[in-house]
Design a protein around this ligand. Structure first.
Ligand SMILES: [Cu+2]
Length: 69
């Protein structure tokens, strides 16, 4: 999965155990602090992986769904 910072604001891509509990889980934590900066995570197994942006946790979050091959 690849995230690109599409503006000039500081964002993070921070893993969390559940989408409704936005607290770092330690699996990944990328910083996107410049325009067009890229952060990439490889998910080796199927599953659902929740993430959020630490400075914008109230409205910036998502889930990556990795389908079985
Ligand atoms: Cu953000």
């Amino acid at each position: 999965m690849r995230w690109v910072n599409d503006d000039a604001t500081y964002h993070t891509v921070t893993s969390t155990e559940r989408p409704d509990v936005r607290r770092p889980s330690g699996r990944f934590d990328g910083v996107l602090d410049a325009p067009q900066e890229v952060f990439t995570v490889t998910f080796p197994e199927p599953g659902e992986f929740a993430y959020y942006c630490q400075p914008h946790a109230e409205f910036m979050a998502g889930v990556v769904r990795v389908a079985p091959e």
